[in-house]
Design a protein around this ligand. Structure first.
Ligand SMILES: [Zn+2]
Length: 381
């Protein structure tokens, strides 16, 4: 299921191949976010063209609309959204930070307000596993209790213990469903999620416990939600050695080129984030010389592409001057062109990183990339 290929001589960065029922994913990899089975302003085909071998969506929200039974009847999630590659499903744990959805939590499960019907519904760890099986995703995430990073220690402790109990229940139910057979994707993987806030001892304890349950991969949960960058890095460094080195390690919700490069050097294999598409919709474009804001008037006569070296459909076709104009007069169309560039940029960065690790020059690549990226300072809006 997961084969390691190369190990960087100077850092813990590594490459590998993750095999799922929908193809091989070269690691480390980055997943664009398609929460409700659609990314914002960019099609599944464009994500494939940009090099995305995997995406992430949300099991609970798809159960809420259009329903996991319906997606199952329509042939499963890959057929439904016409995405042929690997699909991972987050559970719904992350939705607990959305006040409009989250109503309460107990050992039984999470109570949500269905965002479409407005009805209250209880979702248990077992429910999420059944939803994932009906969707036919390639990788399922356990339902976890994700606390706020600034919550008092006692609350984070309680959430971490509940996450552990739910991880056991998810594993039992997932094994049972697979054994029962007659499922859309009998190769579906299950990832455990460790919590612990910014408390190192709790992070360590959580990683050890989650690792003991026999999951196919392990995730760092509850990060990139308001803690300082150093706190996020130190949570990863604390937990990582306690996750089985032969299984993929997934840092949820990250992120920016800087954070991706840093965490790959620690040994992280997998990332997801709305960052590339969210920044694109604000007009912020990634370039090798740092970020630029295409809506600024200094681009209205700029005949260069967003990034000279980029091979995306937007850079092949359009000048900065034209994109600046489209952003002014037809913002939804601009969102699409700009999202194509940013998602392509991140996938291209991941490719270069993998080449660097395989070729034994990852540290050099990281240093040079970050220096150039920081030099062309971020433009303030
Ligand atoms: Zn481009």
């Amino acid at each position: 299921m997961f084969d390691l290929q190369a190990q960087d001589p100077l850092t813990n960065a590594r490459t590998g191949i993750l095999r799922t029922a929908h193809g091989a994913v070269a690691t480390p990899f980055f997943m664009p976010v398609a929460t409700k089975a659609t990314a914002k302003c960019i099609s599944p085909q464009e994500l494939v063209e940009n090099g995305a071998e995997a995406i992430i969506l949300n099991a609970y929200l798809l159960h809420a609309m259009p329903g996991s039974e319906r997606i199952s009847q329509l042939g499963g999630i890959h057929q439904f959204m016409a995405f042929p590659n690997t699909i991972i499903a987050d559970s719904g744990g992350f939705q607990m930070i959305r006040e409009s959805l989250f109503l309460g939590i107990s050992d039984k499960g999470v109570q949500f307000r269905n965002p479409f019907t407005k009805q209250k519904e209880m979702v248990s760890p077992e429910d999420i596993m059944r939803i994932d099986m009906r969707l036919g995703v390639d990788g399922a995430m356990c339902l976890d209790h994700m606390p706020f990073v600034l919550d008092p220690y006692e609350d984070i402790f309680t959430a971490t213990l509940r996450t552990h109990k739910w991880a056991q229940r998810c594993k039992l139910e997932h094994d049972r469903l697979k054994k029962e057979g007659n499922v859309l994707n009998d190769q579906q993987l299950l990832f455990g999620i460790a919590q612990g806030g910014t408390h190192q001892a709790l992070r360590e304890k959580s990683a050890k416990f989650i690792n003991s349950l026999g999951f196919d991969g392990h995730a760092f949960g509850g990060l990139c939600i308001g803690e300082r960058r150093e706190e996020m890095y130190s949570a990863v460094v604390t937990q990582l050695p306690h996750f089985d080195a032969g299984k993929p390690r997934y840092l949820m919700g990250v992120g920016s080129p800087e954070d991706i490069l840093e965490c790959i050097s620690y040994g992280v294999d997998c990332f997801d984030s709305v960052y590339p598409t969210q920044t694109a919709r604000r007009g912020t474009m990634f370039t090798l010389d740092g970020q630029i804001d295409i809506t600024k008037s200094k681009y209205q006569e700029d005949t260069s592409p967003i990034d000279e070296s980029c091979q995306c459909a937007t850079c092949k076709a359009f000048t900065r001057a034209y994109l600046h104009h489209v952003a002014k007069v037809e913002k939804y169309t601009a969102y699409r062109y700009l999202s194509v560039h940013n998602t392509h940029f991140i996938q291209q960065l991941m490719k270069e990183i993998r080449k660097g690790i395989d070729g034994g020059y990852f540290s050099e690549f990281k240093g040079e990339f970050l220096e150039r990226y920081a030099k062309g300072k971020r433009e303030k809006r």
